[in-house]
Write a protein that binds this ligand. Structure first.
Ligand code: CAA
Length: 389
């Protein structure tokens, strides 16, 4: 951030933020536009991020991770996303949607087998809840997993799976007892090199284009019972618990995008002249900058607060649903607000691919949609507050 930190950080947290910032600005920012244009998965930089411990930040060292806390995770993710939101998406899904679920609900052999590979960067993890006919209403999925001895046979089509085109392992949610609805959903860890698994249509996306997204299809895919995550019927609760963590990651990503949009706008407003003065001296521009800055700092406090709530929950088993949804809602709305203002402040060049604010604008939009739309976050927050539904 520019200026003084409003939130006091320990020396260790400042160090991880600085390391992430240096790496992101030196290695990711220079290639971001090129990978956005081509839509190619940025394997080399993701590999380097895993060498720095960024792909398994909260995974304990015993399982090959960096053994840091949630605040360290959001600080690093914010910096990576500020350089390129697509790298932020890949990092977020790997850390919170894959590793967190295995850490929280996995058996010891599952932790040993999957976390070590994912945290070290020798494999990529993904998470698959959504289906073509069930997005926000996640409980209405149709894919089926029937028990057959020491296996389950999985059939169905899942959609919008971040990192699916490159993932080695995917946490997949499927119906084992359809008549029980939410309580009939079970989670499985899928190995993508086994028969019966196929990658479907790759999504041609508006933004975060270097993060690969596709459908996945299961045709009589055999999942061994030891790859079931949690108990039968616990899948929906696992999906929601993991999304609580995921939403903090997306909030941190949104914060990074908003900061990038703000800093570009600040620089441009100090340099560009119109009607005989720097455009930042016009109230029309300076008030935009003030609103961006204010919303960014409020987002930051909400994101760090949610990270601390998640950290406390590690010892108390309390939920941090409210803090996560508030942070995700506010930070993603701020990212879109800031990116929109940044394009306007830049005028014509803001609309050009030669300046990065056009990419921030396209990237910001997804933060209001994935891992629960802004409308779903409002639903979660209001239900928790009113106790009504
Ligand atoms: N933690 C733990 N348990 C939870 C929970 C949470 N955060 N939220 C709900 N539950 C439990 C409830 O307690 C309830 O349990 P009981 O039946 O035992 O009481 C059960 O789950 C059902 O809860 P609801 O009745 O509230 O369920 P609902 O059908 O009304 O749905 C919802 C609630 C919040 C709308 C939920 O469906 C939701 O979050 N939808 C959005 C889904 C989403 O975010 N999808 C994005 C997928 S990932 C992605 O974007 C792609 C990617 O790769 C990044």
């Amino acid at each position: 951030m520019t200026g003084k930190d409003l939130f006091p950080l320990s020396e260790e947290h400042q160090m991880i933020r600085q390391a992430a910032r240096d790496f992101a600005q030196n290695e990711i920012a220079p290639i971001a536009a090129e990978f956005d244009e081509s839509g190619e998965f940025p394997s080399k930089t993701i590999k380097k991020m895993s060498e720095m411990g960024f792909m398994g930040i909260e995974v304990p060292e015993d399982y090959g991770g960096a053994g840091m806390d949630t605040l360290a995770y959001v600080l690093a993710l914010e910096e990576i996303s500020k350089a390129d939101a697509a790298h932020g998406t890949i990092m977020s899904v790997n850390n919170s949607l894959f590793c967190y679920g295995i850490l929280k609900f996995g058996t010891e052999p599952q932790k040993q087998k999957f976390l070590r590979e994912i945290a070290s960067g020798s494999a990529i993890g993904a998470y698959s809840l959504t289906e073509p006919m069930s997005g926000s209403d996640a409980g209405t999925m149709r894919s089926r997993a029937g028990r057959a001895g020491d296996h389950y046979i999985l059939n169905g089509r899942k959609s919008w799976v971040t990192s699916a085109p490159v993932a080695d392992y995917i946490v997949v949610f499927s119906l084992t007892e359809p008549e029980k609805k939410h309580h009939g959903i079970t989670a499985f860890i899928i190995e993508t090199d086994k028969p019966g698994f196929a990658r479907g249509k790759k999504e041609p996306k508006l933004g975060i284009r270097a993060s690969a997204t596709s459908e996945i299809v299961f045709e009589d895919y055999r999942v061994p019972v030891e790859n079931r995550l949690g108990e039968e019927g616990e899948g929906f609760k696992i999906a929601m618990t993991v999304l609580d963590a995921g939403r903090i990651g997306i909030a941190a990503q949104a914060l990074g995008i908003a900061e990038a949009a703000y800093e570009a706008s600040l620089t441009y407003s100090r340099e560009r002249e119109a009607f005989g003065q720097k455009i930042g001296a016009f109230q029309g521009i300076s008030f935009k900058l003030a609103d961006m800055k204010t919303r960014i700092e409020a987002s930051r406090l909400l994101v760090y607060n949610a990270a601390l709530a998640k950290e406390r929950a590690k010892n108390s088993h309390s939920r941090f649903t409210l803090e996560a949804s508030i942070a995700k809602l506010f930070a993603s709305e701020t990212a879109m607000f800031a990116a929109h203002a940044a394009v306007q402040i830049h005028g014509g060049v803001g609309y050009s691919r030669e300046f990065p604010v056009e990419r921030y604008f396209r990237d910001a939009k997804i933060t209001q949609i994935y891992e629960g739309t802004s409308e779903i976050q409002r639903m979660v927050i209001s239900r928790l507050e009113t106790g009504l539904r």
